[in-house]
Design a protein. Sequence first.
Lengths: 109, 110
Amino acid sequence: QQQVKQSPQSLIVQKGGISIINCAYENTAFDYFPWYQQFPGKGPALLIAIRPDVSEKKEGRFTISFNKSAKQFSLHIMDSQPGDSATYFCAASGGQLTFGSGTQLTVLP
Amino acid sequence: AGVTQSPTHLIKTRGQQVTLSCSPISGHRSVSWYQQTPGQGLQFLFEYFSETQRNKGNFPGRFSGRQFSNSRSEMNVSTLELGDSALYLCASSLAEDTQYFGPGTRLTVL
């Protein structure tokens, strides 16, 4: 069964801190790994994505780290802000998206 | 304009059927549907490309969909059950992987 395991389930960070969310996958056929951000009452919005031929990708305060041998990838949010408070989903695709269970991030002011 | 979905909210009773609508981003030919619930998270229902179902998730046959020649898509759920209460999300894509989600339709089954 194709699965993507995400942790932690919830995360509380102080403003200015670093938020780290981790995901692990099983299917080595996955070749595209996006992260989505979802605010209450809204659909998920694509945040950043990476392919397995790259070990790291940075866009502004958001960085994906990818470890192909360990089949793990993580999202780092630098200088976390209260406006980053949302639910974050990792996903993996080998044709269709398989989502992690989500992490509810709260950034305290 | 982004992906649009209608209606925003819907309340039905058990046994009824429901049709949800999705308009993809202009130029996008692929439309996927997902069910989001607190317990099961985001689960893939099906994907349509050029009016053909290309992929299907692990949902019963009560869940069906279709895509029109203008890429707009509808999904239908027949014989509604309480467990079908969820946020139904539509996503469209141009490239094979990058999907853009709509705001969803909140379905409540009483």
